[in-house]
Design a protein around this ligand. Structure first.
Ligand code: PLP
Length: 400
């Protein structure tokens, strides 16, 4: 049995807030501040440049990206030496896609779905025009992916859980179906890592990427991660061939030679302060059983969905009840933006995704049943009272 109360106590959660947006920016684990301060003062401050060899608790800052990659690996079913961290998720998508296209040889089609997060699709468009070899991006409805796996597809690039609706793809089945047609697979785990069980090894996925500031709680701008299946690593030709992915960065050889294994997916200088935050955030996950997280995530989100179905008839679920989903509930309403603003004014923080989705994330490490019930009550009040029609809720902020 997981002690959820003790887990919740590890987070700083402001009074008067019910936080249903940990799927977009996870809350602050209390241990992060002290850890980052220690790295700033004791390591950057006193070790200065010696920190590259002796910081990070004596192991050297330079080892941090892949050591933390191994710790993320435990949460996504990836073995040691298959995950490294750094850069942003957009960059990691680009790296994975460039490498996958190279492995895929002569085929020219990148297949994705229309529910994918825009940056993943934008990075594909940018890469296609940079390569200039006639590649194209084909997007189909999420339900149509399996049928669209044809012999002209080079790479299947999907986000496992749709950021908007919460719909979840069957990673193992689609990977198998793709590979049977000679297609290289890339899975974006942005809304999966830390949200539910993932087993990249069992699925046989070729590449995976994800971020650490959502369910993993490593803070705004925290580094992304990239996974490359062990047996592919030596064949991968990095497109972003930075010096820290070189076989011998400090040989300062003018010619590039890729580093060993997953190290070649590193690019430049690691973000040491963000890695310190990530390490403290990952400490929270020690000993956590992802099956228990998934069970509780479904219990909390089912409870919310049932409450809303009873109390808020004007809000339409974005998914049919039998469709597998991640750790979020999405509802549709034409005034979705204003409703979310009215909720935030009452301390219930969710978010809005254009054109009409109200999105609520259920992060079991800190949410309770009582908060879920209170959130349903407040949402019902916002709907019944029509409070969301007040003009101040209609003006859009830059970040929704
Ligand atoms: C959150 C998210 C991103 C964000 O990418 P950044 O480069 O970290 O800003 C990308 N893809 C997906 C699927 C996401 O959910």
């Amino acid at each position: 049995m997981m002690d959820w109360t003790a887990l919740r106590a590890q987070f700083h959660l402001p009074d008067g807030v019910i936080y249903l947006d940990g799927n977009s920016l996870g809350p602050l684990p209390k241990a992060v501040s002290a850890r980052v301060r220690a790295v700033i003062e004791d390591e950057w401050g006193d070790l200065l440049i010696r920190g590259w060899n002796s910081g990070a608790g004596g192991q050297g800052w330079m080892t941090w990206p892949t050591r933390l990659g191994d710790r993320i690996g435990r949460l996504i079913g990836a073995g040691p030496g298959t995950v490294t961290t750094g850069d942003t998720l957009s960059i990691k998508v680009y790296q994975a896609l460039a490498s996958a296209l190279h492995l895929a040889g002569d085929r020219r089609v990148i297949l994705s779905d229309t529910g994918n997060f825009p940056t993943d699709l934008y990075m594909a468009e940018g890469l296609i025009s940079t390569i200039g070899q006639g590649h194209s991006l084909r997007t189909v409805a999420p339900e149509g992916v399996e049928a669209a796996l044809s012999e002209d597809v080079a790479v299947l690039m999907l986000t496992q859980v749709d950021y908007r609706t919460g719909r979840m793809h069957d990673m193992a089945a689609l990977t198998r179906a793709a590979q049977a047609k000679g297609i290289v697979t890339i899975w974006d785990l942005a809304h999966s890592a830390g949200a539910h069980e993932v087993d990249l090894t069992a699925a046989g996925a070729d590449f995976a990427v994800g971020c650490t500031y959502k369910y993993l709680n490593a803070g705004p701008g925290a580094p992304a991660f990239i996974y490359v299946r062990k047996d592919l690593q030596d064949a991968v030709r990095p497109a972003l061939s930075g010096w820290l992915g070189h076989a011998a960065p400090f040989a300062f050889d003018p010619a590039y030679a890729p580093g060993e294994g997953i190290e070649r997916m590193r690019v430049g200088t690691p973000p040491v302060l963000q890695l310190a935050a990530l390490e403290a955030a990952l400490d929270v996950w020690d000993g956590i059983d992802m099956a228990a997280v998934r069970a509780r995530s479904l219990a909390l989100s089912d409870r919310f969905a049932a409450g809303v179905a009873d109390a808020c008839p004007d809000l339409t679920p974005a998914l049919a009840p039998d469709v597998p989903r991640g750790s979020q509930i999405s509802l549709r309403h034409p005034d979705g933006y204003a409703i979310v603003q009215a909720l935030i004014a009452r301390g219930v923080i969710g978010d809005f995704r254009a054109p009409d989705i109200l999105r609520f994330g259920f992060t079991p490490l800190f949410l309770s049943e009582a908060e879920v019930d209170a959130a349903v009550g407040i949402l019902a009040d916002v709907m019944d009272s029509g409070a969301y029609r007040r003009p101040e809720y209609a003006t859009r902020n830059a970040v929704t």
